[in-house]
Design a protein around this ligand. Structure first.
Ligand code: GLU
Length: 373
């Protein structure tokens, strides 16, 4: 039976990101082609309902293990990179095969965190993906594991799928995994069908992950929260269940639906929410924190108590409370050394201290996203 609340979120969803975990796509350490064939057919069916679909597919590292003679997930990053380089083309060939039967063309798009941190590269990636969708192609995205090293790594494909959702302004994120959804109290409880915007779910997040997967429930819940903060619903659902996409999109109760918290964010703020690496931090006093969170005010010099890191004007920074806990991020209008000189001062004093005055706001409201209120 379709659920009215679910239908409200799912019916209008036109652009959908489907993230598929390694454990769904592999069996005994190898790609399980029947699983790809089934999911290919299900995604083709979803497209026939007038929806555009982007896949975020894991499984590159897992597909590269056997050809490299490895029996389990390697620990060393260089081995993971090698396995990903071997496995990514095996993975893509398998997807192309699965979709060939459906007469659907696929495209490979590999991303690193760096691509999304720089606004021009972010816009390029966005245009490419949107153009592929426009041409009726299914983009298959993965992290560019063979060039990603720790510092520029997005981490896990759950996070990547949330970033891609925001990047293309998708209406829905579906994360397909080997479990049925978020379970009450962790592993054995009943599946929680709906997580409301402000529900605290950490007690239901079981630790641990599958042998092939990188993430686990925690990274999925974090990905759902990330898109939710930008106004996009997310679902965690069992990717091993036949017909899961059809059942789910019709509004039936399968998996866990995370209600979004806010209205959709504008494109600039969505980029701010995805930019993974902040260049520094501004610590603000409690009055400023409240003004930002409750009154939606801009950040003025008077409320800033400390500047951390060195950055130029236009950089993305974290905005933290006085104890250093981040609650927002934004684009600064001044460089770090300038902010350090004017912190605690009134806007009117800026010309005197800096010798010029650009704007009064250190971070303008329009260039800010609140991440925790
Ligand atoms: N990018 C990795 C792969 O394709 C997977 C990362 C993940 O599953 O979170 O093997």
């Amino acid at each position: 039976m379709p659920e009215p609340l679910r239908q409200r979120y799912l019916d209008p969803a036109r652009v959908v990101v489907v993230k598929i975990g390694s454990a769904v796509l592999t069996r005994d350490g190898r790609l399980h082609r029947p699983a790809l064939a089934r999911l290919g057919a299900e995604i083709a069916e979803l497209r026939r309902t007038g929806r555009r679909v982007i896949i975020v597919s894991s499984g590159a590292v897992a597909s590269g293990l056997q050809p490299l003679g490895l029996s389990s997930m390697p620990k060393a990053i260089v081995d993971k990179q090698a396995a990903a380089a071997v496995g990514q083309q095996i993975l893509m060939a398998a997807w192309a095969e699965a979709f060939r039967k459906e007469r659907v063309a696929v495209a490979q798009v590999l991303l690193t965190a760096d691509d999304l941190d720089h606004r021009t590269r972010y816009l390029n990636a966005r245009h490419t993906l949107q153009n592929l969708l426009h041409h009726g192609v299914v983009p298959i995205v993965n992290e560019n594991d063979s060039v990603s090293y720790d510092e520029i790594k997005m981490g896990d494909n759950d996070h990547l799928s949330a970033l891609v959702t925001l990047l293309v302004s998708a209406d829905l994120l579906i994360m397909l995994t080997v479990v049925d959804g978020l379970r009450r109290g962790g592993l054995d409880g009943p599946v929680i069908p709906l997580v409301a915007a402000d529900d605290e779910v950490s007690t239901h997040v079981a630790r641990g992950k599958s042998a092939t997967g990188i993430g686990g429930m925690a990274t999925k819940v974090a990905a759902a929260a990330l898109v939710g903060r930008s106004g996009v619903p997310a679902i965690i659902a069992p990717g091993t269940r036949k017909g899961v996409l059809r059942t789910l999109i019709s509004g039936e109760e399968v998996g866990t639906l995370f209600e979004p918290r806010t209205r959709r964010l504008d494109p600039r703020r969505r980029w701010l929410a995805t930019a993974t690496r902040a260049r520094g931090s501004l610590l603000v006093d409690d009055g400023a924190r409240r003004a930002l969170v409750e009154r939606k005010a801009s950040l003025l010099p008077a409320g800033i108590v400390r500047v951390e890191g060195r950055f130029a004007s236009g950089a993305v920074v974290r905005i933290c409370d006085a104890a250093g806990e981040p609650f927002a991020r934004g684009l600064v209008s001044y460089a770090s050394d300038e902010i350090d000189r004017v912190r605690g001062c009134k806007g009117a004093e800026l010309p005197q201290i800096l010798g010029y005055r650009y704007v009064d706001e250190i971070v303008h409201r329009n260039d800010m996203v609140i991440e925790k209120s």
